[in-house]
Design a protein around this ligand. Structure first.
Ligand SMILES: [Zn+2]
Length: 221
């Protein structure tokens, strides 16, 4: 079969056999795929230095007739975030790896957007904003001035079971209006700062959403 090429982000590489990796990548046009990178763990492999997360990669592969394709080339482009943001960016990769499964056509543009959101913001706030962006792109969030159950606009909303809810849909712990305004403002503009109390409350909401969808909570909050 003809060789294919695409822009990609590396999500994961898993050692296979003595010298190879199985890689999981999010590709711009091919979505999430896994490929065999034969010999990639050998000292002289041309893949060795290039197969890194957090870089814009250009990969080529030969699709398998039945099973997994074989990686044939990797070119490493620009880093998506500066080195200081790497731990947070790896967290975004881990969340994306849960949100986008093998065969899903999406994920590349969404992860690229999350990297950009992170790169422009301070660390802790940046990872919250990056994960929020990923969750929002997957349709797991709703507007913070509406009840996510009944869809009605509402002034007094509460946080219950990882959702914004009105009193008639279950209520819960009240969500302050200030927080509900500052989250979208912070997502919109890099000039907006959030108070430490708001950041803590936001982090709790995000962990709730991750847990509800079976995604391991972030380990840095
Ligand atoms: Zn409601």
């Amino acid at each position: 079969m003809a060789e294919l090429s695409d822009d990609a982000f590396l999500l994961r590489r898993v050692a296979f056999g003595d010298s190879s990796y199985i890689i999981h990548a999010l590709c711009r046009h091919h979505g999430r795929i896994s490929l065999m990178a034969r010999g990639a763990r050998r000292a002289k492999s041309p893949f060795r230095a290039s197969l890194e997360p957090l870089y814009a990669l250009r990969i080529s592969w030969h699709p398998g007739r039945t099973g997994m394709g074989n990686l044939s080339d990797v070119q490493r482009g620009a880093a998506m975030v500066d080195g200081a943001h790497s731990p947070e960016a790896l967290q975004l990769c881990a969340v994306a790896a849960h949100l986008y499964q093998e065969g899903d056509p999406q994920g590349f543009v969404e992860l690229q957007r999350a990297f950009e959101v992170l790169a422009e913001r301070p660390h802790q706030a940046g990872v919250l904003a990056g994960v929020w962006s990923l969750l929002d792109d997957q349709g797991l969030l709703g507007p913070l001035d509406h009840c996510w159950q009944c869809g009605e606009p509402c002034e007094d909303l509460a946080w219950h079971a990882a959702e914004c809810r009105c009193a008639s849909c279950g209520g819960g712990e009240a969500l302050s209006r200030g927080l509900r305004r500052s989250i979208p403002a912070f997502m919109q503009s890099t000039r907006v700062a959030m108070s430490p109390a708001d950041l803590t409350a936001w982090a709790g909401m995000i962990q709730d959403v991750l847990r509800r969808h079976g995604i391991r909570p972030l380990n840095m909050l």
